[in-house]
Design a protein around this ligand. Structure first.
Ligand SMILES: NC(=O)C1=CN([C@@H]2O[C@H](COP(=O)(O)OP(=O)(O)OC[C@H]3O[C@@H](n4cnc5c(N)ncnc54)[C@H](OP(=O)(O)O)[C@@H]3O)[C@@H](O)[C@H]2O)C=CC1
Ligand SMILES: Nc1nc2c(ncn2[C@@H]2O[C@H](COP(=O)(O)O)[C@@H](O)[C@H]2O)c(=O)[nH]1
Length: 327
């Protein structure tokens, strides 16, 4: 790979405005046959989303993916969302129990509209087998598979039946994969997204490394249909992470899904914990994201999200650590 770059290295170039107000710009996106207000989904992590947030997002036409770290609650979750006339979007792993879980869903005629296979190294036979198992038993579920960081992986997962792939190995704020293993897309996530999206024939979800709202527009420019975000969603009133007070300021806990805090043991740890500043209600951030993205669309010279896809850009600097501290 040549000419790698990350979010902070790119500036999109404005085109002539065609709207009279940013409010005319439409930020909605379609994924799996549903239309959502924003091309943004909070990360399927235990300090980012819980049942209450999932319900709020679904009721208000935002996409969501429930995490998989309380597996015993998933059947009830799907039933509850369906009882409310809402879509169910859950996550699974690849271990043996998960095969039984998919079987159970089938037996109970519960068909989640979206199933995300949530694995660190998604370019694997384990994920390919799970895609096939889901597609065989729940053919109407939209399957998102990940995470990956190469075009080969995107093609293989799509070929196995994935309806979308999720790109990002190690760019996350609480990720230490790049430090512990030497591998990943951390520091060049945006270039990796471009590389993968060019190979994709189905939607790509950019996952990790989003530090500003402008990074959402940049992700769309480089091929993302949807953008998964953890750290920017960690500090809300509703965020499930613990709230702590330090020197009169409030903070919320945010930990990695492969951290000892999630796993309950120090085995194959590839995530850390941090505290992010408290930032009030979730809806305020969603509204601000929408307004910022409307503005991005206007700078792109259009009135819908797809206008961003074709804008020119420049590479203005190069910084491999993506603004993060190493630990
Ligand atoms: N996006 C990212 O960059 C990353 C995300 N994560 C997140 O952390 C969580 C835990 O992920 P994960 O450890 O995959 O899930 P699990 O702990 O559920 O592991 C899934 C299965 O894959 C195996 N496995 C895990 N990593 C590898 C690997 N590198 N090579 C071969 N087999 C592997 C595990 O076995 P065994 O444990 O015995 O190896 C296990 O059987 C997920 O939510 C994931 O999204 C974690 C790291 C990176
Ligand atoms: N390497 C690890 N990556 C992780 C872990 N837990 C979650 N993640 C990934 O990070 C993104 C969120 O990134 P952010 O920059 O928006 O905060 C999330 O969606 C996962 O893909 C982990 O323990 N290790």
């Amino acid at each position: 790979m040549e000419n790698v770059f990350d979010y902070e290295d790119i500036q999109l170039i404005p085109a002539k405005c065609v709207v009279n107000s940013r409010s005319e710009c439409d930020t909605s996106v379609t994924l799996g046959g549903r239309t959502f207000k924003l091309p943004v989904v909070p990360a399927n992590m235990q300090t980012i989303i819980d049942e209450k947030i999932a319900l709020y997002l679904a009721e208000n036409d935002y996409f969501y993916i429930m995490h998989r770290f309380e597996p015993e609650k998933r059947i009830e979750f799907v039933k509850d969302m369906h009882a409310r006339g809402l879509f169910a979007s859950i996550s699974v792993g690849v271990k043996e129990d998960e095969y039984d879980f998919i079987q159970q869903l089938k037996e109970e005629q519960l068909v989640p509209e979206y199933i995300t296979i949530d694995i660190a190294h998604g370019h694997s036979n384990a994920v390919i087998e799970m895609i096939k198992h889901i597609k065989k038993n729940l053919p109407n579920s939209f399957v998102i598979a990940g995470n990956v960081g190469t075009p080969e992986a995107v093609r293989e997962l799509e070929h196995a039946g994935a309806d979308a792939t999720k790109v990002g190995i190690g760019p996350g704020k609480v990720c230490i994969t790049k430090i512990k293993t030497g591998f990943g897309t951390g520091g060049w996530q945006l270039a990796a997204l471009r590389w993968c999206a060019k190979a994709a024939s189905k939607p790509v979800i950019a996952d990790g490394g989003i530090r500003t709202h402008g990074d959402i527009a940049k992700s769309v420019r480089f091929g993302a249909t949807m953008v998964m975000i953890g750290s920017l969603f960690a500090g809300h009133e509703e965020s499930p992470g613990e709230t702590v007070e330090r020197d009169g300021f409030l903070y919320k806990e945010y930990f990695g899904s492969a951290s000892e805090f999630q796993k309950g043991e120090k085995k194959n740890v590839e995530g850390k914990k941090m505290f992010v500043e408290y930032k009030g209600p979730l809806q305020e951030t969603l509204t601000e994201m929408e307004q910022d993205l409307q503005s991005s669309i206007s700078y792109a010279g259009g009135d819908k999200l797809s206008s961003i896809r074709n804008v020119d850009y420049v590479v203005v600097k190069n910084s491999i650590f993506n603004g993060d501290k190493v630990y």
